[in-house]
Design a protein around this ligand. Sequence first.
Ligand SMILES: [Zn+2]
Length: 248
Amino acid sequence: MAQAWARRSESEPVKLELSLGGRFSAAPVQAHNVVGEIPGRDKPGEIVLVGGHLDSWDLGTGATDNATGSAIALELLRALQATGLKPRRTIRIVLWSGEEQGLLGSRAYVEAHKAELDALQAVLVHDMGTGMVKGFTLQGREACRGLMAQAIAPLNDLGVRELPLRAMNSTDHAPFDRAGVPAFAAIQEPVDYFLGTHHSQMDFPDHLVPDQLVQGAQAMAITAWELAELEARLPHGIVARPANPGRP
Ligand SMILES: [Zn+2]
């Protein structure tokens, strides 16, 4: 339809009248993070946290931003549960709310769980659409490289190999990272994310690539499992680094 209007506008002035059904509320709206977990068998108080965000822009259905990350987090719990195995540390998923308004759900979580931040082994977020996972941003945490390399080693043959030092700051791991927690974003094959579905009216399920999503679920599940099983803890601490535009 947009193309038809564009063609027509080349030959004659086009006048559009729009009726939009959106409304603003005068007061803040209550929203909720959704939390689920498999308790750890040895160290239930230590937690590997994995998530995506449940809210989305209203131009499309939010299929790639970020139903994909939310579905992968759910699948991760389902798949681990189905094995009957219990991780050494607790594996917790959070489907964040209010991400698009400024990481509100994850910021509120960090604030509400201050006393627990030290007990987080790591935080992983999957929020770049349907594309396969290729690695994780180390967010300047060189000290975490060895243990993260160990955690993704079983996934190397699935294409999960990258651990660049760079930081991504535009999704829900960022408030944890700023609070000193080892928190990493999945680096994904772009498919048609930043040039297509991201925050656009194209964000519908026809852009999902099932094979790549399955790989993503495997990558997130195994990384979370390995981090939960590690003998050692990932080093915490606030990392000083220059401001970063946030996208690769
Ligand atoms: Zn997103």
